[in-house]
Design a binder for this molecule. Sequence first.
Ligand SMILES: [Zn+2]
Ligand SMILES: [Zn+2]
Length: 266
Amino acid sequence: MENRNQQTQRVNYHTHCDRCRHAKGKAEEYVEEAIRANVSKLGFSDHMPFYDDRFGLRMPYGELDDYLEEITALRDAYGDRISITRGFEGEYVREDNAYYEKLLSRGDCDYLLLGQHFYEKAGGELVNVYQLENTEGYEIYASNIVEGMRTGYFRYAAHPDLIFLNDFPWDIHCERACDMIVDGAVRYGFPLEYNANGFRRGKKAYADGERFQYPHDRFWKKVQEAGVSVYVGSDCHEPGQVYDGIVEEAYGKLKEMGIAVRTDWI
Ligand SMILES: [Zn+2]
Ligand SMILES: [Zn+2]
């Protein structure tokens, strides 16, 4: 286990902290755990607040400055032991390009990850991916992700196969949505994240077989065939998860599938 990643440096660009109200532990505890686990680069990407606080399960917009100040202070305090970068994981909403640009031009926000937990229908209605009744919206979800890729605001797509947390039999919508996301990643040279947090929830019996919510093997088979660039993200919501055995397993599974993993700064 210890030797598996000896050749590659240990990095994690998908880290949460207690500001999102559903993760445990202060940002500093994640830094300390990362140092303990020999992680050389740690990126904070807590859930992005929007200026109108439209989505739940994240820091209120009023805390955005405090969060970036907190991570900046940690970056400076621990700079001789670990390289820390500051960012957010957020949804792409097409009306909000100015907001992403504002975040990225502040000077203290280094990067954004595309984490689509909601998708936007043609009329602007936002649909929560956790509350779908069928697979009919999967292609809309996929097209939102591809639009996000094209903007250039985001460095990689976090859990691009999140829709498979839903329990529906594999059908043409699943097939098409996966193809759209993988094709988009190829077209825009956009990396996809193999998300370790899906493994933390364990395997369950689904209509399309016993599997994890995500990553979904059928999606990652397509990724492998297309030769898309891949990162592993811990998506840790507790300090002990920053680079735990599950992250190691994720690297192991990708190796088995013949998928090369990047660790360079995104
Ligand atoms: Zn979260
Ligand atoms: Zn996340």
